[in-house]
Design a protein around this ligand. Structure first.
Ligand code: NAD
Length: 256
């Protein structure tokens, strides 16, 4: 059982990371929330999850664009049985107009951070004799869309890194996998709606149906609860031989 294990979830004061935090806390996992901010709201969120689930929840500020801060997050956590590399940002532009600082930030936050946290967490997992590395990739870790060069590169990259970590831990009671969500209606996706409305001259509903869910055959967003459930499954004993692979939660996107 995962009860009493400690999970560090990067980028978890919002969206998918927060959804995973709730599901793990409900299962009795001690959760460490993280983002780059350090507001009263962040700490209140940790208290709220702790109060409602009866498990220990802490918030630790660390900027996932900085390698040293990624490693410091794991050190401050003190234990890390479950590592969820979730922090991520997006920027949409044709590659010849893609700002270099956006490219670098996406690669740093969506890919490099997972290298640093994994390097820092594996010794703790080995000491504890059990571990789960769960990387939040994307349908864009398996397929591509125009104008998302940095994001698609980072998400494919993290799938590759996941396979290597799985091979390096194959004989140990540690697994490494990537979850590949299709569209989930989080602030990250919400923020793309106004630009897309303007670009295509469409209403909000049209953008959701014809642009966003165009490639998601179910025509429904995946939910943060469903992603929490998928992460919890990967932590279960039933998933002990699942390693080095991807699980798509994309309403059929990658079956097309
Ligand atoms: P979100 O914007 O709601 O959440 C992103 C989280 O990352 C937030 O908690 C934010 O504070 C944090 N973050 C951003 N920059 C950070 C930094 N420098 N340091 C620390 N934390 C930072 O977005 P989301 O949709 O929940 O995305 C979470 C992950 O899921 C991302 O890796 C994203 O690429 C991936 N994903 C999302 C979707 C989707 O449709 N929403 C689909 C596939 C994959």
């Amino acid at each position: 059982s995962v009860k009493g294990k400690t999970a560090v979830i990067t980028g978890s004061n919002s969206g998918i990371g927060l959804g995973i935090a709730w599901e793990l806390a409900r299962a009795g996992v001690e959760v460490i929330l993280n983002s780059f901010t350090d507001s009263e709201e962040d700490h209140a969120l940790a208290r709220k999850i702790a109060d409602e689930t009866g498990t220990k929840v802490r918030y630790i500020q660390a900027d996932m664009s900085d390698g040293d801060q990624c490693r410091a997050l794991i050190e401050k956590a003190g234990a890390c049985d479950i590592l969820i590399n979730n922090a991520g940002i997006q920027h949409v532009a044709p590659i010849d107009e893609f700002p270099a600082e956006k490219w670098n930030a996406i690669i740093a936050i969506n890919l490099n951070s997972a290298y640093h946290t994994t390097a820092a967490a594996l010794p703790l997992m080995r000491k504890a004799g059990w571990g789960r590395v769960i990387n939040i990739s994307s349908a864009h870790g398996l397929t591509a869309s125009p104008f998302k060069s940095a994001y698609v590169a980072a998400k494919h990259g993290i799938v590759g890194m996941t396979k290597v970590v799985a091979l390096e831990t194959a004989k140990e009671p540690i697994t490494a996998n990537a979850i590949c969500p299709g569209y989930v209606l989080t602030p990250l996706v919400e923020s793309q709606i106004p630009d897309t409305m303007e670009k295509y001259g469409m209403e909000r509903d049209e953008v959701i149906e014809k642009v966003m869910l165009e490639r998601q055959p179910s025509k429904e967003f995946a939910t943060t609860e469903q992603l929490g459930g998928t992460a919890l499954f990967l932590c279960s004993d039933a998933a002990a031989q699942i390693t080095g692979t991807t699980i798509s939660v994309d309403g059929g996107w990658t079956a097309l």
